[in-house]
Design a binder for this molecule. Sequence first.
Ligand code: SF4
Length: 360
Amino acid sequence: MSKKKNGMTTHTAALRRYATPTPHHTAQYWKKCDVEALLDTPLLELVWQAAQVHRQHFDPQQVQISALLSIKTGGCPEDCAYCPQSARYDTGVAREALMDIDDIVAKAKIAKARGASRFCMGAAWRGPRPKDVQRVAAIISAVKALGLETCGTFGMLESGMAEQLKEAGLDYYNHNLDTAPEKYHDIISTRHYEERMDTLGKVRAAGLKICCGGIVGMDESRAERAAFIASLANLDPQPESVPINQLVKVPGTPLESAEDLDWSEFVRTVAAARITMPRAHVRLSAGRAQMPEAVQALCFLAGANSIFSGDTLLVTPNEAGQGSDARLLAKLGLRPEIAPAAVPENDAPPPVHTPDTLAP
Ligand code: SF4
């Protein structure tokens, strides 16, 4: 296990400093070249390998459904080159205030009725202020009381904030590594990769589960995609949830003219994520609405077992049409996974979600 070969030692050590072991611990260390070898495997062989790993750890007929709501949109001071919410780009996304708690709870109820087991809330901040944490803590508690798992993505956290969020009932904190470490500053200049690791460490130390992934299709090479996947897989413990996004090219952002990523490269990335992070939920996230159903199906075969469902994903379209997710799951014989948090506290049988109940 050579940890110094590709510059990952510092990153892993930064997370370990804060980390507490979870059942998802894995001792395997992934060298970038090993992940690159996976990505170079003939596509159908790679998908077959990933499908086998998937079946060792999950029911391949189940797909975890999350809903994502932007609770504070636009006006972000950061300069992430893919993001229409940055105040630096003219994308037509207006700066909005934090949503009212009752409106958020109403959206969470709708998401639950449509089959979501987890409700993810995003705020376009570099990081929350102490008073923001108090406000989102009240929101998290209200959503958690509905019997949903909760996830928040609020940017970089200061000491003590993760604990406050955990106490409020937060289950997952999303903080993406976005891309390969060596490409990070091509994409974001207003923060450092190490700052991401620092927040991830605080999140682990507070006992929260981690949702951490990134975006492909940002003009990166296959070798850089390998480095990105290796970075995720070498987090110790590994993230419980791994969103793999395909860039949505929003006019006005610096990446609006990025080269199209071939669908097969996206499938390869999903398969590599499944093989290297066997116990994680690998989520098809942004960009899914633009994917043909057959490509999505191949991604499920390659080990993807989570999706965001709903019409929009923060500020970009998510579903190809009303009820299209439900139709696709029905077509593939997949069914929504019921999360433990969705079981009512009175031990009554959990609601049975079928692809039909997922439809709007
Ligand atoms: S991705 Fe997040 S941090 Fe980056 S500009 Fe968008 S809202 Fe801000």
